[in-house]
Write a protein that binds this ligand. Structure first.
Ligand code: PGA
Ligand code: ZN
Length: 415
């Protein structure tokens, strides 16, 4: 039974304010914080009401706690419904999606703690034994970096050959170090600057960044004997020019229509043997997504983030069109754990790989590590280094140790 709900303003990794929620029950306690995006999808729920975090602290806390106190934390679905009812809007703009997600996660953690169970076990049951592979972020561009950085937002890697999570996270860290050396060789004036998600921010073209990324993967694969494969998040909504109806690459000074973008991304996938490609088209370009998936979707993960925004109705439209074969799962894009779970369920039923993900603005909250295990997600995207990123990675190391019969998740397109 919930006895108290406390909401406070805390710092996120960009120095902005966000919310942290404590839920106290008579025999349990849960704490969770909400992250924030920079390259948000336009159909995500609204992060905060118009008055920002301060409005939540002064007004919203009382409203939420008066409704939730006395409810059973175990009844997570009911609590999520009550939160949506109190809010009363489609896009959670009166309480703020970030408030709702932090309450929803803190309630789940309080319920788990009242059973003396870790969250992954409480939500996922005895079947939650698979550890996800980490997608590590190596080079940052786009909305996560300065204006001379690559247009492609994230140059990622997946250690597909890792035997356990420890091998996986250290392989990613090794690639991260290697990439710094390679950037330095290319640009001796590089000062080691990093972007919002801890990847390096070099003053180089998309093409040079791709070459460096792939070289680093090959060298680390040889040195460690753990296969590491390159991946990308283009976050193409950020460089789609809706007036010209073109994808505008400022680094190379070229623009591409959807058809040219399909060819361009397919060539990158084939040339560099990309394992995973996220948001290769802008959030409204379902046709581009479907065309690329038809061409390469039997050997490469094509993942939708801004296009689906963890929303099962939008995902259903995408499934009907064959728009992708994977979906990014960010609880704060949709607001409640219940809705997050239902989106994962729909994805699974249609052979879409769920990829549980951080946001570019994060806290040291580790909840998504538990969610990835609970949902049986084969991949988790949570950076490679930086305190707010390693909070999740190190939690996975602990979870692996806790489950004696754990194993790495089964990845698509590997044998
Ligand atoms: P965001 O970006 O958290 O800034 O929205 C992350 C992503 O696009 O995957
Ligand atoms: Zn993305």
């Amino acid at each position: 039974i919930i006895e108290d709900v406390r909401v406070r303003k805390i710092l996120d990794s960009r120095g902005n304010s966000t919310v942290e929620v404590d839920v106290v029950t008579w025999n349990g306690f849960g704490r969770a914080a909400a992250p924030s995006g920079a390259s948000t999808g336009s159909r995500e729920v609204v992060a905060f009401p118009s008055g920002g975090v301060d409005e939540i602290i002064t007004e919203v806390e009382d409203i939420i706690s008066s409704e939730l106190i006395g409810m059973d934390a175990e009844d997570l679905q009911d609590i999520d419904l009550v939160l949506k009812e109190i809010d009363g809007t489609e896009n959670l703009s009166s309480l703020g999606g970030n408030t709702v997600v932090a309450v929803s996660m803190a309630v789940a953690k309080a319920a788990a703690s009242s059973y003396n169970m870790p969250l992954y076990r409480f939500l996922g049951g005895n079947l939650a034994t698979c550890i996800p592979y980490p997608l590590g972020n190596m080079i940052n561009g786009g909305a996560h970096a300065g204006k001379n950085a690559p247009d492609i937002q994230e140059f990622l890697v997946v250690p597909t050959g890792a035997e356990d999570i420890s091998e996986a996270v250290f392989a990613n860290a090794a690639v991260h170090k290697k990439i710094r050396e390679l950037i330095q060789k290319k640009d001796p004036s590089f000062t080691g600057g990093k972007g919002d998600e801890g990847g390096w921010v070099p003053n180089i073209s998309n093409h040079d960044a791709l070459e460096i990324q792939v070289t680093a993967c090959e060298e680390v694969t040889d040195e460690l004997g753990v296969r590491v494969r390159p991946s990308l998040d283009l976050a193409a909504s950020e460089f789609w020019d809706s007036e010209q109806e073109k994808y505008v690459y400022k680094q190379e000074n070229v623009s591409k229509d959807t058809g040219e973008q399909v060819d361009f991304v397919r060539e990158i996938i084939e040339t560099y043997d990309m394992y995973y490609v996220e948001d290769p088209f802008h959030e409204g370009d379902f046709e581009g997504f479907a065309e690329l998936t038809a061409q390469v979707g039997d050997s490469c993960i094509i993942c939708g983030d801004d296009i689906f925004v963890t929303n099962r109705e939008i995902l259903a439209e995408g499934i009907a069109m064959g728009a992708a074969n994977a979906i990014i799962i960010k609880p704060n894009q949709i607001g409640t754990l219940t809705d997050t779970y239902l989106t994962v369920k729909l994805a699974r039923e249609n052979q879409y790989t769920p990829v549980v993900s951080h946001r570019s603005g994060e806290t040291t909250d580790e909840t998504i590590a538990h969610l990835a295990v609970a949902f049986g997600a084969p991949l988790i995207k949570t950076g490679a280094i930086g305190g707010e990123r390693i909070a999740k990675l190190n939690e996975l190391i602990r979870i692996q140790e806790e489950i004696p019969y754990s194993r790495m998740a089964e990845l698509p397109f590997t044998e």
